[in-house]
Design a protein around this ligand. Structure first.
Ligand SMILES: *Cc1c(COP(=O)(O)O)cnc(C)c1O
Length: 409
């Protein structure tokens, strides 16, 4: 195999338990396994998280939900012990049947979704109502129903469908990594209003949920009121529901750095540490050296000759490139150093352009490198944060971009 991802079962479970503890007693933690568990492999991460105690998993669409359900079943987790699976990003009509068949919980925000699902429940004919969660758009403007008339109308359509019941009410924050963000405060206010409207409509959701990894990490911030897990607990309790946060990236050991809302806010406003320093990276992406080559001073390396050897060098060839998720920004040129991989525990800098399926690294200083030796593309010594910094993006995009099969270690 040219490259593979090793997923640490122990670290994934430890991160989940840390997030549960940090979210606080009485707040559930939904484990997000969308996007193939952020590149880690949903089929292997979902059972680990279920065994670690996750009562809820989050996926983006119905196909992911069905695959996760099947993985849980084939791992021998009895249906009574299986987590609920929240389908967070909508559905289209012909997927409604699969929602019912696989026992998924869809997030809904418009009439058409409600009707598709009600139709599927009635066709299934089990007589068991399907729980749906309503998403409130409090400012993300991506999906969700606006509080006010639109919400009241949606609740009316929901109530009219005997095949559906309101299992939860949720929203999503746009700026949760920004300490003291006025946007979060505004979103929290709108969410309170919406939850109040649900109660006024005589509906009784079991769950009220909001917040992501940064929401939990941000608990290190002083005066974190609206939008915090504690605020969410009070809001949920006010309608007799349980509260839940939805964490993704932090499960896998990464978290965006907390930013300050304004230049006038001081360091003292941010009380570190949150959970971030205690999270453990779950993914180790490995490959093997498939070739070695000695080059002379003046030889150039790779496409467009952006790197030229200043001295005799020994180069190792790795069978991974940008098609596998090695960012092209990691290329190393004469004027700009790029990324690196770890060989025998030491840094081997990338030289020349990262190609589609191949990357060349400098192993001149590393003794006894042989064809077949392992190289760590991402893991101990070179993290997704390193890749992200060099590529000018965030760790989310790096881990999601890794295309290699995973195995538990
Ligand atoms: C992806 C997602 C999350 C998890 O976000 P992280 O920042 O990875 O913790 C939570 N809620 C919703 C609706 C999402 O789409």
């Amino acid at each position: 195999m040219k490259s593979w991802v090793e997923v640490s079962e122990q670290r994934l479970a430890a991160n989940y338990r840390l997030l549960m503890e940090a979210a606080g007693a009485g707040t559930a933690v939904l484990a997000v396994v969308k996007a193939n568990a952020y590149g880690h492999g949903a089929a292997i991460c979902a059972p680990v998280l279920a065994r670690a105690g996750a009562k809820w998993l989050g996926v983006t669409d119905v196909a992911e939900g069905a695959a996760v359900r099947e993985a849980l079943t084939s791992e021998g987790i009895s249906s009574a012990m299986q987590p609920e699976i929240l389908v967070m990003s909508g559905l289209i009509g012909d997927e409604a049947g699969a929602v019912v068949r696989h026992g998924l919980t869809p997030v809904v925000w418009d009439r058409q979704q409600v009707e598709w699902l009600a139709g599927a429940v009635s066709r299934a004919g089990s007589g068991v109502p399907l729980a749906v969660h309503v998403e409130i758009d409090t400012g993300m403007a991506r999906q969700g129903v606006r509080p006010g008339e639109d919400l009241d109308e949606l609740l009316g359509w929901l109530r009219a469908q005997s095949g559906l019941r309101l299992g939860g009410v949720m929203t999503h924050f746009a700026s949760s990594e920004i300490a003291g963000s006025p946007q979060t405060v505004e979103q929290a206010g709108l969410f309170e209003e919406a939850v109040g409207a649900v109660k006024a409509a005589g509906l009784q959701p079991a769950w009220v949920h909001a917040g992501n990894s940064s929401t939990v990490d941000n608990q290190g911030v002083k005066n974190f009121g609206e939008g915090s897990p504690a605020w969410l607990r009070r809001l949920a309790a006010s309608v007799g529901a349980r509260s839940m946060v939805r964490t993704g990236l932090a499960l896998y050991g990464y978290c965006l750095p907390i930013e300050q809302a304004s230049v006038s806010s001081t360091k003292e406003d941010v009380v570190r540490p949150g959970v971030e320093p205690r999270l453990q990276h779950v993914m180790t992406w490995k490959t093997r050296v498939i070739g070695l080559r000695d080059v002379r001073p003046g030889d150039t390396v790779g496409y467009n000759a952006i790197f030229s050897a200043q001295r005799a060098m020994r180069l190792a060839l790795l069978p991974v490139g940008y098609a596998d998720g090695v960012r092209r920004e990691l290329s190393g040129s004469d004027t700009r150093p790029g990324g690196w991989v770890m060989v025998h525990g030491r840094c081997a800098p990338v030289v020349g352009r990262v190609s589609m399926n191949l990357t060349i690294v400098d192993v001149t200083e590393i003794l006894d490198v042989a064809v077949g030796d392992e190289a760590v593309v991402l893991g101990e010594g070179i993290t997704a944060n390193d890749h992200a910094r060099i590529a000018g993006t965030i760790a989310y995009e790096i881990v999601c971009g890794v295309r290699a099969s995973s195995r538990l270690v």
